[in-house]
Design a protein. Structure first.
Length: 478
């Protein structure tokens, strides 16, 4: 069954017109006849309703709808609000606020490539929204430019400049009868979205691809073409020569073909914020207005601060926080020059220094448990930043979890799988490689395996040290 124009649901929602159709869902504009307010209705499409596993889809649809309704109770300023969920004649229906405005897709189509600072403003708002979504155990699955709504100035409050709409509810279920088994917009979705269980890394890719489109006005090479036909992703600066190099790299990081090579959403968000400081002064720095509150974009990007005129603003130095007063400038220098072995050995030395274990030269499990988050985060941020999100404790933790690792659980089989993936042992027989052998393959970051560093030969006394380290990384929100 499908909804018909003029049909009334639940005695109050009057269907006005169909406004969208995807592989799994139909969306309609409706009016709440008692409140005289427009809303959006989302239901499964007709092809899906004929699928033999339709009942399972309905169950999944309702479960995720309940999660979205719970999320709506928080009234996040950048997430569309779910207001109702019901079944009518076996047809599940999700009701959401109708957001009147212009999508990011429409704005780029109308104006062409947008200024970097404007795009970063919108994307950072979406990062904030997705952070909440992921924390609730949900994945949006479809945060492409068509689902990023920009409110007109006369209607939005400063903090509600852009809103994320149209969650890909139950999108990981692939019906047998639907001819197009693709979920999500192929131009912006990672290849694994078309057949794999939903994961936050999918949203990172899609949002990075949206950023690509917004700053260049060009669609990126699709994930499927890159995977199936080995087509290369054209870097965004090929379309726009004046693009800030740091933003070009951040976009490429988020659009890494394989999920394991992408930074987590928090790490990618930090890279975006660091990029703001590197934008040309002429496009990002404004003299403070008399109004103390400034505008929404200046506040978001941290630009609403007193700035002397005619004095250039230098990029902020990378923050080095230490609970023990450790100086990390030499580590930053080595990482910046990509002297990976020296940086790895210095990392081990500094970690021993933090734990007061310089004499012993190695760390114990109890030392990891007491290791301060400020120092672990600084070390991780430096590695992640200067390796373009290829190395770092947070990258390693993510891969370990993907290998089946669980916080607080000792599993040797998982450990072997992880060690083989990062190159610490031979995948054929799991024989451990010597540090020199391993580092010879890691001198060039292009040839090194993701998450292979830091290796910290001085502190590795067994897998439990690393498992405790990953547990600490989770506690410290790396």
């Amino acid at each position: 069954m499908s909804l018909s124009i003029g049909q009334t649901l639940q005695g109050k929602y009057v269907v006005k017109k169909q406004i969208g159709k995807g592989g799994f869902g139909l969306t309609y504009l409706a009016e709440h006849q008692y409140l005289s307010q427009n809303c959006v209705l989302k239901v499964p499409n007709q092809d899906l309703q004929r699928d033999p596993e339709y009942a399972k889809f309905v169950q999944k649809f309702m479960q995720e709808g309940q999660k979205l309704a719970k999320l709506a109770q928080q009234r996040h300023p950048h997430i569309v609000r779910v207001t109702d969920l019901f079944e009518e004649r076996d047809l599940p229906c999700l009701v959401m606020d109708f957001i009147a405005g212009e999508s990011l897709l429409d704005r780029v189509t109308r104006k062409g490539a947008l200024p970097e600072v404007e795009v970063l403003g919108f994307i950072l708002l979406m990062v904030d929204a997705l952070t909440v979504v992921h924390r609730e155990g949900l994945v949006h699955r479809d945060c492409h430019p068509g689902n990023i709504m920009i409110l007109p100035p006369e209607r939005h409050q400063p903090e509600r400049q852009a809103i994320l709409i149209d969650f890909g509810i139950a999108g990981e279920m692939f019906p047998t009868t639907v001819s197009s088994k693709f979920f999500g917009n192929p131009a912006f979705a990672p290849y694994e979205q078309f057949g794999s269980k939903a994961a936050p890394s999918m949203d990172v890719y899609t949002l990075a691809a949206s950023c690509y489109f917004a700053v260049t006005g060009h669609l990126p090479t699709t994930g499927l073409d890159r995977k199936l036909y080995s087509k290369n992703l054209v870097p965004p600066n090929r379309h726009r020569s004046d693009l800030t190099p740091a933003l070009n790299q951040v976009i490429m990081n988020g659009m890494a073909l394989e999920a394991v090579n992408r930074p987590s959403l928090p790490v990618w968000a930090e890279q975006l914020r660091q990029t703001v400081a590197l934008l040309p002064v002429t496009t990002t720095i404004r003299v403070v207005r008399p109004e103390p509150q400034g505008n929404w974009l200046e506040n978001l990007l941290g630009l609403n601060k007193p700035v002397p005129q005619n004095i250039p603003i230098q990029p902020n130095p990378f923050p080095h926080k230490s609970a023990k007063g450790i100086d990390y400038s030499e580590l930053e220098k080595l990482l910046k020059s990509q002297e990976w072995r020296k940086a790895d050995e210095l990392t081990a030395k500094l970690m021993c220094q933090v734990a007061n274990r310089e004499k012993e030269g190695w760390l114990r499990e109890e030392d990891i448990n007491k290791f301060p988050c400020e120092d672990l985060r600084t070390i991780d941020q430096l590695w992640v930043h200067y390796s373009s999100s290829k190395f770092g404790f947070s990258i390693q933790k993510k891969l370990w979890l993907e290998c089946g690792g669980k916080i607080g659980k000792d599993d040797y089989e998982v450990w072997k799988k992880f060690a083989a993936k990062v190159g610490w042992c031979h995948p054929q027989n799991y024989a451990w490689r010597t540090y020199t052998e391993f580092m010879n393959d890691t001198q060039n970051a292009q040839n090194a395996l993701p998450a292979s560093l830091p290796a910290n030969k001085l502190i590795v006394i067994g897998r439990k040290v690393w498992e405790y380290l990953f547990s600490l990384a989770e506690t410290c929100r790396l």
